[in-house]
Design a protein around this ligand. Structure first.
Ligand code: HEC
Length: 462
């Protein structure tokens, strides 16, 4: 009965509002109510996957089917509502290949759902897949020992939990843990709680593995951060000393905030007490990691803009002890006195970068590989997500770099995953790196709303 009433309403709507237009627009006006805005189905069946049940994929028989409908099934006849040209346009539209985003909403992911993966390049034996594509704005990640991946976001203000289905062919389940947050890009696990850094406060959800599906209660840990929006988004990571580390970025492209709370990294106790400066002279760090053996801190810092395409370099910094100064805003990229802000201070006064990662690559999250899935030479090595440049003439970054260390010195900086930029087209923008308990690597991507997974297998070697 419902379908019939709906159909009557539709007839009215259609006779008055159908304008000659593209098949896609006509579909939205006449068909979407039953077959879904993206052809995913509703009252009527999904029109995404062919072969269809009641009609074959040839244009003329599809046009005939749309004209005549299927009596007594709820599929209306359209010949008295739409003219042949309009029906032909809709048929044309339905026969187009599915756009990727629509295919993504179907449950199972056939091998060719992500043809762009074919152009990714990784070292021999490694492969990449899409772990989940249901994570709008995916940013920071934190993985529990049981393999639940918590994921932060930006403007959508959500925290997600991604739970492995146990089968490679079935995508993991995605649960929204919290909504309405203010750019919750950073998160970390400590003592069973999930800590989240929003724009101006740190919050906590307790006993998260038991509560993530039940709208867990939010506790405010600290809410007196500066209110600046520029570089105001914050990561947060629990250090090996049981403290929470958090940056306050410079609220500008370049400015001297030596005597203000900005351009520093802080640490504090899990309850928000004991808030203290850990490191100074940092423009905007969006990645911290501690070496698995030495337990010393490493972090990325993004260089200033407006010094041209090739200056200054983003940095990997090494901060084994508190109180170090990394040179911002006086020394750019660790090598040149800043043209406007040097105030006669010399680069030699400050901690040297451990590695110069390239201009405008936007190095964000980083992680050490502690697992055993990757071959032995990758053990305890460092991987860095390069979000990619936004303002450089020729795009740069858009990859995951492998940094090899020997005695705390960087000996090489090579490309580990390439393919997030294909023929100048952005496929994804890597944000953070984490590892699942099985040792495979996850890469979050806030452009595609995805998490990629990199696995190693002897079998895939030629
Ligand atoms: C009032 C709801 C409704 C509307 C509006 C509607 N359909 Fe349908 N459609 C159905 C139903 C229900 C079926 C399934 C009929 C069956 O299987 O018995 C169907 C089946 C179909 C099928 C066959 C699918 C298959 O797997 O065989 C096609 C193609 C189709 N519709 C196209 C359209 C187009 C194009 C429009 C817009 C011009 C449209 N439909 C509008 C309800 C609707």
């Amino acid at each position: 009965m419902k379908i019939i009433t709906l159909f009557a309403t539709l007839l009215l709507l259609n006779t008055s509002s159908v304008l000659a237009g593209e098949g896609g627009d006509l579909y939205k006006q006449s068909c979407a109510q039953c077959h879904g805005a993206h052809r995913e189905g509703g009252v009527g069946p999904s029109l995404l996957k062919r072969p269809w049940v009641k009609v074959n994929g040839k244009k003329d028989s599809l046009q005939r089917f749309i004209s005549e409908g299927l009596p007594n099934t709820g599929m209306p006849a359209w010949k008295n509502v739409l003219n042949p040209k309009q029906i032909a346009a809709i048929a044309e539209y339905l026969l187009q290949p599915e756009p990727a985003a629509q295919a993504a909403s179907t449950k199972e992911a056939p091998a060719d759902t992500y043809p762009e993966l074919k152009k990714f390049r990784l070292p021999v034996g490694f492969s990449i897949s899409v772990y989940s594509d249901q994570l709008e704005n995916a940013r920071g990640m934190a993985v529990t020992a049981s393999g639940i991946v918590f994921v932060g976001s930006r403007k959508v203000g959500k925290i997600y939990a991604v739970i492995n289905s146990g089968k490679d062919s079935v995508p993991p389940k995605v649960v929204t843990v919290a909504t309405g947050l203010d750019s919750p890009i950073g998160l970390t696990l400590l003592n069973g709680s999930l800590y989240v850094a929003e724009m101006t406060r740190v919050i906590r959800f307790d006993d998260i593995e038991k509560t993530y599906e039940k709208s867990p209660q939010l506790h405010v840990v600290k809410d007196d951060f500066p209110k600046d929006k520029w570089h105001g988004e914050k990561i947060i990571k629990a250090g090996p000393d049981g403290k929470l580390y958090i940056p306050i970025g410079a609220p500008c492209n370049v400015c001297d905030k030596e005597d203000a709370p900005h351009s520093k990294i802080y640490r504090m106790n899990p309850d928000g007490s004991g808030f203290e400066i850990y490191a100074r002279g940092i423009r905007n760090s969006v990645g911290f990691a501690w070496h698995p053996v030495t337990r010393e801190m490493w972090f990325t810092d993004n260089g200033r803009d407006e010094m041209g395409d090739n200056m200054p370099s983003d940095k990997l910094n090494y901060a084994p002890k508190p109180g170090m100064h990394f040179g911002f805003p006086y020394c750019a990229g660790g090598v040149v006195e800043d043209p406007e802000f040097h105030k006669n201070r010399r680069c030699e006064e400050f901690a040297e970068p451990a590695a110069k990662l390239g201009p405008h690559v936007a190095s964000l999250g980083l992680a050490y590989n502690e697992g055993t899935q990757f071959p032995a030479q990758y053990k305890n090595q460092l991987f860095i997500a390069e979000h990619g440049s936004w303002n450089r003439t020729q795009k740069i970054g858009y990859r995951v770099a492998l940094i090899t260390l020997h005695n705390n010195k960087v000996v090489s900086d090579t490309v580990f995953v390439d393919g997030f930029l294909q023929d100048e087209k952005v496929i994804g923008r890597p944000v953070d790196i984490a590892f699942l308990p099985d040792g495979s690597m996850l890469i979050s991507d806030d452009f595609g709303g995805r998490i990629y997974r990199v696995s190693y297998s002897e079998k895939t070697k030629p």
